[in-house]
Design a protein around this ligand. Structure first.
Ligand code: FAD
Length: 414
């Protein structure tokens, strides 16, 4: 593992730092610094407008989507330069949340599978934040078992007619375009009958219904399709090859989520130093110190695991399954830390408004967001399966429907 920048990396870092110093929206910095995990990056003002403005400025300066080819709006930078940029962008990176799915997961899929005229039309406005994209994969009965999805796309002339329902679609309510995985042939095994498309979210036949979450926010949606018509030229990959196309998206999803995951530990350490439950700072309590010590060890392990990925990138290699380990451990820490902080706050722990609650409601927001972190981009159990099979080499999960035509898979007890 190498912690030091090479001379070229150090020069790149200095250039990035100088540009950020000259161009970042410094007036937003106090709000961005105050925003905790699960809270909106801006308590005041229009997050969508501010995020788009910063993204547009970055793209104009040559600092958006650094690793994409230049002709599609990127910089042609190396993966390690992208990591350096993220380190230097710091809190301003919180304004990139709404672009992660489009830029981090859908763009690599478009680069790999879209026709060249489509790449030139759709990638530059995705890089500049002028057009936002969402990913329509999950359905009420298909999440971890994504290949079991039931939304149908049937060919009629040069178009596909789509009917069905998606759920948990992040950002569908402000997205301009969507990428959808649909079943085009129910008569073959489930992985073989899928096809990927993209479409305009404002098309007739698309209905977006926001889901209200436990934390009061509506970050994701149900999306219903009634005779949505998608031209065949908006198909990504061959008919029946949608599973292969989706693997590009899912691999990039794990990399995007695993790379930036929070643990809550720095916030908890600061809180325990400051918070007085009536008998001095809670950090003086041996039971609290014992928990902090355990979290410190895990946070340190995660930091060096992340550095292993960064070192691999620096050497031009692709990181291994350590991103699965990172998300699994960090998401559990978030939940434990938030619950412990609320216990320490006692009755005041039930207050959640930022201006009333202890620590500005930071741990309440963390507690309510942490279950989602344990689900998105692969649940804890799915990540354990990945680690068991791909890291430890244990036998694979039983798959009872393997090789069976999808329309012959039993759906209920007889
Ligand atoms: C914040 C957030 C944002 C999301 N954004 C999007 C989005 O933009 N687009 C999109 O398409 N989807 C999105 N999702 C959906 C997400 O991909 C799914 O929730 C996830 O894949 C799990 O699927 P599920 O909810 O159907 O749960 P299920 O797959 O039904 O799982 C239920 C339980 O069974 C367990 N389980 C399932 N299979 C196995 C197995 N083989 N072995 C052991 N245990 C198993 C799971 O771990 C879980 O505990 C989002 C989810 C969240 C939380």
């Amino acid at each position: 593992m190498d912690f030091d920048d090479t001379p070229a990396e150090a020069a790149f870092r200095a250039e990035a730092r100088a540009w950020i110093q000259a161009n970042a929206p410094h007036h937003l910095k106090p709000q961005l610094e105050a925003a905790g995990y699960g809270q909106s990056p801006l308590q005041h003002g229009d997050v969508l407008a501010e995020s788009k403005a910063w993204q547009k400025k970055k793209q104009a300066g040559g600092w958006a989507c650094l690793h994409w080819p230049k002709e599609y709006g990127g910089r042609g930078a190396s993966p390690i330069e992208r990591v350096i940029w993220q380190q230097e962008e710091g809190v301003y990176g919180k304004l990139a949340g709404m672009f992660i799915i489009g830029q981090g997961m859908i763009a690599p899929t478009l680069i790999a599978f879209a026709a060249e005229p489509h790449r030139r039309r759709y990638l530059p406005p995705l890089a500049s934040g002028e057009e936002v994209w969402c990913q329509l994969f999950s359905e009420p009965a298909a999440g971890s078992d994504l290949a079991g999805l039931r939304t149908r796309a049937e060919r009629v002339g040069d178009e596909w007619v789509v009917n069905g329902q998606k759920i948990w679609t992040s950002g569908a309510h402000y997205s301009d375009y969507g990428m959808i995985l649909a079943r085009t042939d129910p008569g073959v095994p489930k992985h073989d009958g899928l096809t990927m498309f993209f479409f305009d979210m404002k098309s007739p036949g698309v209905e977006v219904r926001p889901i209200k979450q436990a934390n009061g926010r509506s970050d994701f949606n149900e999306v219903f399709f009634t005779d949505l018509r998608i031209p065949d030229h908006q198909r990504l990959g061959a008919v029946g090859q949608g599973w292969k196309v989706s693997l590009t998206t899912l691999m990039n999803e794990r990399l995007s989520i695993g790379a930036g995951i929070a643990t809550g530990f720095p916030e908890m350490l600061a809180f325990c130093r400051e918070f007085d439950a009536g008998d001095g700072p809670v950090i003086d309590d041996p039971a609290v110190r014992s928990k902090l010590a355990q979290w410190a060890v895990r946070a340190s392990g995660l930091k060096y695991t992340a550095w292993r990925s960064i070192s691999a990138l620096s050497r031009g290699q692709i990181p291994g399954p350590e991103n699965s380990i990172g998300k699994l451990v960090a998401a559990q820490m978030l939940a434990e830390i938030a619950a412990t902080a609320l216990d320490l706050q006692g009755a005041a722990g039930v207050l959640s408004e930022a201006d009333q609650a202890t620590a500005a409601g930071r741990f309440q927001a963390m507690l309510l967001r942490s279950p989602a972190t344990r689900i998105e981009g692969g649940t804890d159990e799915i990540l354990r399966n990945i680690i068991a099979e791909r890291v430890l080499g244990l036998p694979a999960d039983m798959r009872a429907d393997r090789g069976m035509p999808f329309n012959k898979v039993p759906t209920r007890a007889a």
